[in-house]
Design a binder for this molecule. Structure first.
Ligand code: GLN
Length: 533
């Protein structure tokens, strides 16, 4: 039977529960355990894919095409294993399952209630993911005291009764603020939050205390006294300069030893040298590389979490210090704007997106990168606008556009395929998840991947319009990656340019700190070289 760790949050949100859970996952994995992670999101949306990135950050896509919470991106990046749809459940999904059963008559006329029906369904989900794994780490979204997360907390309280103390561990993440006026770190919020958790029947087994600066012995003793948690299990997660350092901080505080003790797991040695190299690359590289990331969500950088992470991994591996310049494409409307925002940058990346806000700015930016031979990387929508720009300005079809932005444009070079138009009426038209792609032998991407058959994750509706293949190829933009049946264009590049690659898929989802995505790696490398000139 799998051992279960539950990560619960107190005091306030944004303390980094996802990073804490992922860091613990990494340490346990490094001890040789088979770890799987999951997140419970207390909101009622059944489909997190429809939530706005402005509000909720990036939608992370798994191989099996699930559109999930961005914390799954952290999990995958830290534990290094691909996850699937089973790793993310919302209250909406839990309720939907229960209500469907009720409609089918499965409850035989009984009163359907939060306890036991909703909590039983939550417990079923928790148990199901444990099959074939040694350890399940479950992060419960929200903060103790929220009405929404109550059914999840009640379910895990019961779960402990079902499986026993040595098979379940409650980790409570709290905050110890530093009050400047008093010149002191304050433990009261942690005390209160723990009391709140106890009120619903959960005594934490281990406290993870976030703080701006390291806690001293006295503070830790005080927290222990008031929370009933042994002092050795009051672990301080003080602020790190990069999230990739958090596992090391927790390891030095011996969290893995405490976890193994509690769960009756054998302690094994952890080799941290690979992650030490990553941290060193992030913290100690001095040569700068400046990458402009141009999109419409730049004020909400969580919307580009995986792109950002992939750039960090690649810069660290290239021993370059990453400077990201977030450029709001909606604010680019003239040559002057472009010059002002982009001159001097070493590389330009246009990530994915939906809708037509800021589109003309993005098209102009792709043109600027092409003409000025600045390393360019277009992802999904970024690929579509790069193609539009090329057809408009190099092939001379000035009316070319994507039918996402102008439905009846004269040259819909990016459009919906016929079968999708039919599906559109029925909803569910998105191409999602891992799909194979074949690369041309003599292409730059082939050199980068070192293979011709790849699989990458997708999340889009519109496709390159095959009518325009010859036109762009004649003028110097090559189609170098397609679906195996050659029907869908996946990768384009411009050979007469130091680095111009645009892909229809989302490579960022598969970048790992210890294994950066090859295109990101080469893009940052090419940008680094440019900066040297
Ligand atoms: N909006 C575009 C499409 O649906 C691109 C999507 C994306 O960038 N993820 O095809």
């Amino acid at each position: 039977m799998a051992k279960h760790i539950f990560v619960i949050g107190g005091v306030l949100s944004s303390l980094g529960k996802g990073i804490a859970a992922s860091s613990i996952g990494l340490l346990l994995k490094k001890m040789g355990y088979k770890v799987v992670m999951q997140k419970f999101d207390p909101y009622l949306n059944v489909d997190p894919g429809t939530m706005s990135p402005f509000q909720h950050g990036e939608v992370f896509v798994t191989d099996d095409g699930a559109e999930t919470d961005l914390d799954l991106g952290h999990y995958e990046r830290f534990i290094g294993n691909p996850l699937n749809k089973n790793s993310n459940s919302t209250s909406g999904q839990i309720y939907e399952t229960v209500l469907k059963k009720e409609r089918r008559g499965d409850y035989l006329g009984k009163t359907v209630q939060v306890i036991p029906h909703i909590t039983d369904e939550i417990k079923r989900v928790i148990t199901a993911i444990g099959k074939e794994n040694d350890i399940v780490i479950t992060e419960i979204g929200g903060t103790v005291g929220d009405i929404e997360s109550l059914p999840f907390l009640e379910a895990v309280r019961q779960f402990r009764m079902d499986v026993g103390m040595e098979n379940s561990l409650f980790i409570f993440l709290t905050y110890v603020p530093y009050i400047k006026a008093a010149g002191e770190l304050k433990t009261k919020p942690t005390q209160h939050a723990t009391t709140k958790l106890r009120e619903i029947g959960i005594q934490p087994d281990l406290l993870l205390c976030r703080s701006e600066m390291p806690l001293n012995d006295e503070i830790e003793s005080k927290i222990s006294l008031f929370t009933n948690v042994p002092k050795s299990r009051v672990i301080n997660a003080y602020d790190a300069s990069t999230i990739y350092e958090v596992p090391k901080i927790l390891m030095e505080a011996k969290i893995h030893e405490r976890i193994c003790e509690h769960l009756h797991l054998r302690q094994r040695k952890i080799d941290f040298s690979d992650w030490d190299r990553i941290i060193d690359g992030i913290k100690n590289s001095t040569e700068e590389v400046e990458i402009a990331v141009c999109g419409k969500y730049v004020e909400h950088q969580d919307a580009y979490k995986s792109v950002w992470a992939a750039l960090i991994h690649s810069a660290a591996a290239n021993k370059l210090k990453l400077i990201i310049k977030w450029v709001d494409s909606e604010k680019i409307s003239s040559k002057n704007d472009i010059e002002k925002n982009l001159s001097g940058v070493d590389g330009i990346l246009v990530p994915g997106g939906f809708g037509n806000r800021g589109i003309d700015g993005k098209i102009a930016i792709a043109g600027f990168a092409r003409e000025n031979k600045i390393p360019f990387f277009g992802i999904c929508l970024g690929m579509q606008i790069a193609v539009v720009e090329f057809i408009q300005n190099v092939c001379g079809l000035t009316e070319a556009y994507s039918s996402e932005f102008i439905e009846d444009c004269e040259h819909p070079v990016i459009h919906l395929m016929d079968d999708q138009k039919y599906l559109e009426k029925m909803g569910g038209t998105m191409r999602l998840g891992a799909q194979p792609c074949v690369l041309k032998n003599d292409s730059l991407v082939n050199k980068i991947y070192k293979k011709t058959e790849i699989s990458e994750r997708h999340r889009h509706r519109y496709e390159f319009n095959n009518k325009y293949r010859d036109i762009i190829e004649k003028k110097g933009m090559r189609i170098v990656g397609t679906s195996p049946d050659n029907l869908l264009v996946e990768v384009v590049e411009i050979p007469d340019h130091p680095f111009f690659i645009a892909v229809q898929y989302h490579p960022e989802f598969k970048s790992r700190p210890d294994n950066p995505h090859p295109i990101f790696f080469e893009f940052v490398k090419a940008a680094g070289k440019k900066g040297k000139k």
